[in-house]
Design a protein around this ligand. Structure first.
Ligand SMILES: Nc1ncnc2c1ncn2[C@@H]1O[C@H](COP(=O)(O)OP(=O)(O)OP(=O)(O)O)[C@@H](O)[C@H]1O
Ligand SMILES: [Mg+2]
Length: 152
């Protein structure tokens, strides 16, 4: 378990960028943490790390958004194969994992070229791969501090 404390929003984004470089093919990353803990902020950084130019907003109502990673072939995992897609799920309004299956997450969870990141992942725990990376986030002592625990 790795524990990191960030002091502001920008540090959390930078952490996301660094984490993205370490994600392997087909990785699923599950985020747990209260409202405003910084899950979307960290995912914005991850998206930047993948070279995604588009502005990332939380898919609270659409539940799932699919982004292509950069088109220059820069994004590779440690073994040189490309990750071509980032799928961002917000399970806040989802009742259980079956609902996510119903909107088609299975295709992405199984895809080697796709990294799936899921906010409020504890709600859909039962359908996530056993090697899912869990990231817990919480407010720190100071207003803009966040504590980020990475279970890897
Ligand atoms: N160190 C920090 N890291 C991340 N966000 C921070 C930090 N300090 C302050 N913030 C602020 O906290 C808020 C985090 O919001 P964010 O949408 O990322 O949270 P969330 O966990 O995705 O919430 P939700 O459960 O509503 O989806 C932002 O307004 C951001 O500016
Ligand atoms: Mg969010």
């Amino acid at each position: 378990m790795k524990k990191i404390i960030t002091k502001n929003e920008n540090e959390t984004k930078k952490l996301g960028e660094r984490l993205a470089k370490g994600f392997g093919n087909g990785e699923t990353v599950a985020f747990e943490g209260d409202l405003g803990a910084g899950k979307t902020t960290l995912i914005k950084g991850i998206a930047k790390g993948f070279g995604i130019q588009r502005n990332i907003t939380s898919p609270t109502f659409v539940l799932m958004k699919v982004y292509d990673t950069d088109s220059h072939g820069l994004r590779t995992d440690g073994h040189g194969s490309r990750i071509t897609r980032l799928v961002h799920v917000d399970a806040y309004r989802i009742g259980d994992g079956q609902e996510l299956i119903d909107i088609g997450i299975g295709e992405y969870l199984d895809d080697e070229k796709t990294v799936v990141v899921i906010e409020w992942a504890e709600k859909v725990r039962e359908i996530l791969p056993s090697d899912t990376v869990w990231i817990k986030m919480k407010h720190g002592r100071k207003e803009n501090e966040r504590v980020i625990m990475i279970d890897k």
